[in-house]
Design a protein around this ligand. Sequence first.
Ligand SMILES: Nc1ncnc2c1ncn2[C@@H]1O[C@H](COP(=O)(O)OP(=O)(O)OP(=O)(O)O)[C@@H](O)[C@H]1O
Length: 247
Amino acid sequence: MLELKNISFTVSDEENRDKEIIKDISLTLEDDKFIAITGPNGGGKSTLAKIIVGIEKPTSGQIIWNGQDITNLSISERADLGISFAFQQPVRFKGITVFDLIKLAAGHQISRSEACEYLSEVGLCARDYVNREVDASLSGGEIKRIEIATILARGTKLSIFDEPEAGIDLWSFQNLIQVFEKMRSDIKGSILIISHQERILRIADEIIVIADGEVLEHEKAEEFLPKLLNDTESKDESCHCWKKGGC
Ligand SMILES: Nc1ncnc2c1ncn2[C@@H]1O[C@H](COP(=O)(O)OP(=O)(O)OP(=O)(O)O)[C@@H](O)[C@H]1O
C-alpha cells in the first residue's frame, strides 16, 4: 500500500517567488488496484509521480510504502523496493541494445527469447528490435513501447506509467489497452497510470483527478466516469470545470 501524507512541492520561479506545484496532497493507494490519474495539463500529475519514484523530493510530507517511510530514499532504493516508472518521454541509452535494457530491467539473466516475448506483448516484431540500440533512431512510439516492455520485465509491486499513450498510433492503441488489461489481470501489485485517454480510464478501478496541485476527486471509476463523460459531452470541453468546489 502506498500512502502520501500531506505532500507539498514548491519551486522558485524566474523572479525567485515560490510556486506551489503540489499542495498538501494526501492519498492512499491500496494494493492490487489499477488507478488512473487524470486532469488538466500542468495540474501536477507528472510531478506527483516523480515525487513517488524519488526523482523530485517533496518540500514537505511523507511517502509510506508498505509501512516503510521512503521519503528520503533514493530512486534506486525505491526501485529495489518494487517501484517502477515509465517516463512520459522515455530516456534513450546510446550503446545499449534493447535486449540489454530488458535484461537490466528484469534484474536477472533472461534469454533472448524471453526478452522477445515482452517485446511481442507490446506489439513490436521482436526480431526487428531486440538487437537495436536504444538510441535516437527509435521513433517516439517505438521507444514508448520498449519502455513498457521493460516495466513488464520488472514485474514490480507498483508500476507507474506517465501518459503511456503519448506517441502511440491509433492502430497500436488497442494493443496497448490489451497490454494493460493483461497486466491488470496478472498483477500482484498496483498499476498507476497518468492518462488523458477515456479508454484507459474505462479499465481503471479508481480515478484520481489532479488539478492545480490538488486532488479534486478520488472515486471508483464506475461511479466517477459517467459523471465525467456526461460533463464533457454536455459542454464544450474547454469549459469543463476543474476547480475545487466548482466554478
Ligand atoms: N522543476 C520545476 N520548476 C518549475 N516549474 C515546474 C517544475 N516542475 C513542474 N513545474 C510546473 O508545474 C506544473 C505541473 O507540471 P506537471 O508536469 O506535473 O503537470 P501535468 O499535470 O503532468 O501536465 P500534463 O498533463 O501537461 O503532462 C506545470 O505548470 C509545470 O510547468
